[in-house]
Design a protein around this ligand. Structure first.
Ligand SMILES: Nc1ncnc2c1ncn2[C@@H]1O[C@H](COP(=O)(O)OP(=O)(O)OP(=O)(O)O)[C@@H](O)[C@H]1O
Ligand SMILES: [Mg+2]
Length: 488
């Protein structure tokens, strides 16, 4: 492990890192920071939750002149929530430098953004659509940008975004330094990337697996119609601190979130059709533990760093192995542990190996927990509470009443009654989730599209209809999957 002060970082930034509790540089930080500070273009690939934000943020901040009130650093990120988060992390690192980062994204008032841009932030973190809007209106000038960064680079260079990214980069001087980061980097995307850069150095933190070791990975083979009850049972048994449930479409996200609420969970859904205000309030409630289960489309799959997420459920199998890597990476961050549970229908079983082969990791099979298991699970939660109370509290003042009860009933009956009263009993209100189209992608029609060939498409089912690719201009069958994400 490397200390930050061995990497040539300036004092104001070292001080901020210390304040943030960063003691040692993570491997991607140790490798990237010196290379990028020398001015190299870098493609950085390292597992989820290993500190890529600071790995590109620190060298960018070192290059910026705080006295100049013009945009010198630009970060482009795929979602609004990620843009906000990256700007926040950069501002923490920049605390003693006089440099400010501003996030700029769709769904926010233009006027307010324009005013904030006039204030002269040295760094802008933006989603592509809104950034292009500002460029066209000339309300942002990016011709003074010296460092350009694509966070979640493989996503940004994918079909849905690539044209926007090319347009954005055209507005930045050629002499710029370009840094690309992601936990995944499929080969065909890396080739596109190299074309946008100058002799990039590739840093790939060596890891046996593409996924993080401290995430335990499981799968449950389960027919579609039993998924919802199985999710309930699993939640009851494991009582996650915070859980994220990924579903394939906005409609299913709404249905699963409502279903969970009906059954008594504190759950909320998040997806691209909600207003920006609603998206932020849902995410904030989740961060503040006022919501325990966040049900999400892939809008929450990449980059989000929320502490306390102990479980990630893939209620629906992801579109491709990369998406799997990012989704489960919402847990097990910064050295913590986590669990990832994939629900997979019998006819999807072939996809399991595709994921395992790509990520070089193995998932353990779980038998679907039964209602009985869940009931026991709930009682175990109560049992734990009672054990803690016995250990930690003086119970003398309850003894007299306890003895009174025991005169009339045996101890098992008395304790059972107490357990019943303290246990959250299941509400078995029926919940119906409308069926999901099986994952399958139309055969590539032209070269442009073949860049975006979805892994599972090769062995797709369902007659090759285009049933949900988010990167195909939103022309999926139901039209309800992230279709406007690239115009954010
Ligand atoms: N050197 C460090 N020491 C301690 N914590 C760190 C260090 N670097 C980063 N972190 C923290 O680790 C968490 C994960 O960092 P970050 O979000 O940058 O990961 P990432 O590699 O970008 O993950 P993803 O691929 O999911 O985007 C953050 O909370 C961050 O503040
Ligand atoms: Mg990140």
């Amino acid at each position: 492990m490397m200390k930050f002060n061995e990497l040539g970082i300036s004092n104001p930034i070292l001080k901020a890192l210390e304040n943030m509790g960063f003691e040692e540089a993570t491997p991607i930080q140790a490798e990237t920071i010196p290379l990028a500070m020398e001015g190299n273009d870098v493609i950085g690939q390292a597992q989820t939750g290993t500190g890529k934000t600071a790995a590109f943020g620190i060298p960018m901040l070192e290059k910026i002149d705080p006295k100049q009130r013009k945009v010198q650093g630009l970060v482009v990120a795929p979602t609004r929530e990620l843009a906000i988060q990256v700007a926040e992390e950069l501002n923490r690192i920049a605390k003693f430098t006089g440099i400010r980062a501003l996030s700029v994204f769709g769904g926010q008032h233009m006027d307010r953004q324009i005013r904030a841009l006039k204030d002269g932030p040295q760094i802008v973190v933006a989603t592509p659509g809104r950034l292009l809007d500002h460029m066209r209106r000339k309300t942002i000038r990016i011709n003074s940008v010296e460092v350009a960064i694509l966070d979640e680079a493989d996503e940004m260079l994918n079909m849905g975004f690539i044209d926007d990214i090319r347009d954005i980069l055209k507005g930045i001087p050629e002499e710029r330094q370009t840094l690309l980061f992601s936990a995944t980097m499929p080969k065909e995307i890396r080739d596109i990337a190299t074309n946008l850069m100058k002799e990039p150095k590739e840093i790939k933190v060596k890891a046996k697996e593409m996924t993080v070791e401290n995430i335990d990975q499981f799968f449950i083979e389960i027919p579609e119609k039993f998924k919802f009850d199985t999710l309930n049972n699993h939640l009851d048994i494991h009582s996650p601190e915070l859980a994220i449930v990924f579903a394939r479409t906005k409609k299913r996200v709404d249905e699963v979130a409502e279903g969970l609420q009906t059954r008594g969970y504190r759950a909320e859904g998040i997806h691209g059709d909600l207003t920006q205000g609603k998206r932020m309030s849902v995410l904030n409630k989740f961060k503040n533990n006022r919501v325990d289960v966040l049900v999400a489309t892939d809008v929450a799959a990449r980059g989000l760093d929320i502490s306390g997420v102990t479980h990630v459920y893939n209620f629906d199998i992801p579109q491709d192995p990369e998406s799997y890597v990012h989704r489960i990476g919402r847990t097990g961050r910064a050295g913590r542990t986590g669990e990832a549970i994939l629900f997979i229908t019998p006819r999807e079983m072939a996809h399991l190996q595709v994921i395992e082969r790509t990520t070089k990791s193995k998932m353990k099979r779980l038998t679907p927990p039964t209602n009985k298991d869940a009931e026991r699970g709930q009682q175990q939660v109560t049992l734990e509470k009672i054990r803690k109370t016995i250990e930690k509290t003086d119970l003398k003042s309850y003894h007299e009443t306890a003895n009174e009860l025991l005169e009339d009933h045996d101890s098992v009956t008395v304790i059972s009654a107490a357990l019943k009263m303290l246990t959250k009993e299941r509400r078995d209100t029926p919940v119906k989730i409308s069926s999901a189209a099986p994952i399958s992608v139309k055969k590539a029609k032209d070269n442009r599209r073949s860049n975006n060939k979805r892994y599972f498409g090769k062995r797709g089912q369902g007659g090759g209809r285009n049933q949900g690719g988010r990167n195909q201009g939103g022309r999926n069958r139901k039209g309800n999957f992230q279709k406007r994400r690239n115009r954010d």
